[in-house]
Design a protein around this ligand. Structure first.
Ligand code: MGD
Ligand code: MGD
Ligand code: SF4
Ligand code: MO
Length: 712
């Protein structure tokens, strides 16, 4: 167990405790934890204690998911052998047989239909090393252009917004320690209290320091409860609301003219646009009284420092990219960026949602945030990989568009690594029908997800306690998480699975790594000089230091905690304003579908729930899904609290239990995303995509609701 972070060898039923120093696998905060395993002689089983460990992001806090994350990793349902479908059953096979089967089936598809008949679908829970290698695997081993990942549904609007406005996409432009210095904070479509709970004290500290907090959310949540002002926006109307805020700031003379002149471009166009808009019209569209918009704008405009945060509420929209741009306009026009206590943050979702979007899992991307269609970028990365630049494919398509190609029979084979797409894609019934048509579906997972159940071949992957690798947290801080125990059965690290397949495909010479660190050493070189430059980061440094921020081009350099102090990342050093239209969601309510449906998360579950539903302590806290509905709406549709209801959209229907609460707008219902099957909210959601970033509008579609036993 060389190189493992176990203080004592995994000791079977010995009386000696096994201490595992690790990092929570779930959200983007990446809290550190110590798990102690002890054999309980009387009970005849192991018991576990979990303690938070001090670290710069969570400052030694751990939420309920982190406390219980060991339960899915140590679950008896872990996949321990490769499983091949034979008829209706799965039969265990060896890795050798599994690699040979993939080489055979993918090889046949490539000869018959070309390399682009195979798609690769990745995820933001993968370590940087595995995510990087998945991108290389698609381009060099399979030579397909079709690769994308679940982060398309997560960070794509924020990523394209930040890149275009600032010239760089790093979720938070400031370190977390800046939050308590902000005197006004806008929390737009972010539910930190449930989704990044260990960050809450940063905001309460800001409040203690006198900050005015504004929350924008159609629902009351633990996060809005902390706010001084809650703008209960109509789903999908954030861009209009942000226009209203900007208009008031402009007309009240609260813009920072010196900052605008010295550091930005495009303000005149924005100004003319804002003058043309009407505040009362905006208020009516957004469903927020004009007086509240004025109050929020003046509070933000007048504050000496301030920060704007967005998350999926603003971003998972068919105008997600533009909605993000409009929130960034707010920070720029008031000069609230690049200073202590002033900045913008798109709160990253998955554990490695930041690193996972930097090194080549995206359809158009090469490592270091390079672009696959840029000749210089292609030549640079091809040089590191030792291939001819002309051999690299061009750009592919976004995650849902890949599913459309699967449906159309254009993509015939697929490797899914670290995602559960039939639950997490919009219009899930269509996606399931497509995946059923595939000639060969391979899924690498730790657990039998809904998607794995459909596969021709399931590959057992190691879990967070078992693999070594780096994760980049929401601040852009790269952290090393070392293995604490051996993987169960013959489960393998994702990067080892990829190397094994590549070998059988005859491309082993490009994937001859000996360790995760070895992969990271190549990632350093491939990212060198790119936007997300990791060259100055080494495992040795990460062991010595408390994580290192990127960009970090130099081994002796400190990395950059606060971005944009003197200049933005565009060649001219200026940030860009853009006028944003008052956009309506792609789907509106009507007589047949009279309610808006919005979707999201609860504290106790994580994403499609494959992990948290297998954790007894977490599952017990929320055993099933629900639909949250306002009492007046419930009355008019005959819905009773606690009764089962059928929710129907143009694309499908689900059955969930009603929670009648006045926490939500009367015209809106909310269903969480953590359950599959009959409770899968994505059977309902609209797959219309944002034209720029290809994000689906997960946060708005039109539905109707009825009691399940209406006529009984
Ligand atoms: N407990 C838990 N934590 C998680 C996760 C999890 O699954 N469970 N997932 C992680 C991941 S991958 C992600 S991406 C993040 C997500 O983190 P968040 O984006 O904070 O979570 P969501 O619940 O999806 O959405 C946030 C809020 O947006 C609101 N909202 C809905 N529609 C709109 C709208 O049109 N406008 C506005 N302004 N708000 C709207 C919802 O009511 C919700 O309260 O969380 C991470 N942390
Ligand atoms: N309606 C609606 N839909 C949404 C959203 C929403 O807000 N509303 N949010 C979207 C967002 S933000 C996201 S991020 C996506 C997430 O959607 P998914 O990608 O489907 O998310 P997970 O449930 O995390 O699926 C990850 C799978 O990978 C496995 N896994 C975890 N870690 C590893 C690993 O290291 N290696 C391997 N091989 N497997 C691993 C898990 O067991 C699980 O089966 O969902 C999106 N879908
Ligand atoms: S889920 Fe997020 S906040 Fe909770 S312990 Fe894990 S990393 Fe920390
Ligand atoms: Mo996400």
């Amino acid at each position: 167990m060389r190189g493992m972070n176990t203080h004592m060898e995994a000791s079977g039923n010995s009386a000696l405790p096994v201490v595992m120093d690790t990092q929570c696998p779930f959200c983007s905060v990446q809290c550190k934890a110590r798990i102690t395993e002890q054999w309980d002689e009387r009970a005849g089983r192991h018991t576990y204690t979990v303690e938070p460990k001090p670290n710069a992001a969570s400052e030694g806090r751990l939420c309920v998911k982190g406390m219980n994350a060991y339960q899915h990793a140590l679950n008896a349902e872990r996949l321990v052998r490769p499983l091949a479908r034979r008829g209706g059953d799965f039969v265990p096979i060896s890795w050798d047989e599994a690699f040979a089967l993939i080489a055979d089936r993918f090889g046949a598809l490539r000869s018959a239909h070309g390399s682009d008949s195979i798609g690769v679908y990745g995820g933001g829970s993968l370590t940087n090393e595995s995510a990087y290698l998945l991108g290389k695997f698609a381009r060099v081993a399979l030579q397909t252009k079709y690769i994308d990942y679940n982060g398309r549904f997560c960070m794509s609007a924020a990523a394209s917004g930040g890149s275009k406005a600032f010239g760089i996409d790093r979720g938070l432009t400031n370190p977390l320690s800046d939050i308590p210095l902000a005197k006004c904070i806008i929390l737009a479509g972010t539910n930190i209290a449930e989704c990044q709970p260990t960050l809450m004290p940063y905001f309460t500290r800001a409040k203690e320091n006198g900050a005015f907090i504004i929350a924008i959310d159609p629902r009351s949540t633990g996060t809005t409860a902390m706010a001084d002002l809650h703008l209960q926006v109509r789903p999908g109307m954030d861009a209009a609301l942000a226009n209203g805020l900007q208009k008031v700031i402009l007309e009240e003379g609260l813009t920072d003219e010196a900052f605008i002149a010295a550091r930005t471009k495009g303000f005149d166009g924005l100004k003319a646009h804002l003058h043309r808009l009407d505040l009362d019209e905006i208020a009516a569209m957004a469903g927020v009284p004009a007086e509240q918009i004025r109050k929020a704008a003046i509070a933000f405009g007048k504050a000496p420092t301030g920060m704007v945060f967005t998350a999926r509420g603003v971003e998972q929209q068919t105008d997600g990219y533009m909605a993000v741009r409009s929130m960034i306009n707010l920070a720029l026009m008031t000069g609230k960026i690049g200073k202590p206590g002033s900045g913008y943050g798109a709160i990253t979702g998955q554990g490695n949602g930041q690193g996972g979007r930097e090194h080549g899992q995206k359809a158009d991307q090469l490592p270091g945030y390079r672009l696959i269609e840029n000749p210089a970028d292609r030549a640079f990365v091809a040089g590191v990989w030792g291939v001819d630049p002309d051999e690299l494919p061009g750009k592919g398509v976004s995650a849902y568009e890949m599913m459309q190609k699967v449906h159309a029979g254009e993509i015939r084979g697929m490797l899914v690594m670290s995602s559960n797409p039939i639950v997490s894609n919009p219009n899930a019934n269509f996606v399931r029908d497509g995946l059923e048509k595939l000639d060969f579906l391979v899924v690498a997972d730790m657990l039998m997800s809904e998607t794995a159940q459909m596969a021709d071949l399931v590959l057992p992957a190691s879990a967070y306690l078992e693999n070594t690798g780096t994760m980049t947290n929401l601040e852009g801080r790269v952290l090393l998480r070392e293995a604490s125990r051996p993987a169960p059965g013959v489960a393998l690290d994702d990067w080892r699975i990829l190397a094994g397949i590549a070998e059988r495909l005859g491309r082993g010479r490009y994937f001859a790594y000996t360790s995760a660190e070895d992969v990271f050493e190549e990632l350093r070189l491939a990212s060198r000089g790119g936007i997300a430059d990791y060259y100055g980061i080494t495992y040795d440094r990460l062991r010595r230091e408390e994580g290192v921020y990127w960009p970090c081009p130099d081994e002796r350099g400190a990395g950059t905690g606060r971005l944009f102090e003197t200049s933005f990342a565009h060649p001219d050093g200026r940030a860009e304003f853009v006028p944003v239209e008052n956009h309506f969601p792609d789907e509106r309510t009507d007589g047949r579908f009279p309610l808006y449906l919005t979707t999201g998360r609860v504290l106790n579950h994580y994403l499609t729930g494959v992990q948290t539903r297998r954790s007894p302590s977490l599952a017990a806290r929320d055993i099933e899904s629900f639909v949250e509905i306002h009492p007046r709406a419930a009355r008019s549709f005959g819905i009773e609290d606690g009764a089962l209801a059928r929710v129907t959209s143009r694309r499908g229907e689900i059955v969930v239990r009603a929670r009648v609460r006045d926490d939500i707008r009367e015209d809106t219902v909310f269903v969480p995303m953590h359950w599959g099957g009959i409770q899968n909210v994505n059977a309902l959601t609209n797959p219309a995509l944002d034209p720029t970033c290809r994000m689906p509008g997960f946060k708005v579609c039109a539905v109707r609701i009825a009691p399940l036993y209406a006529n009984s």
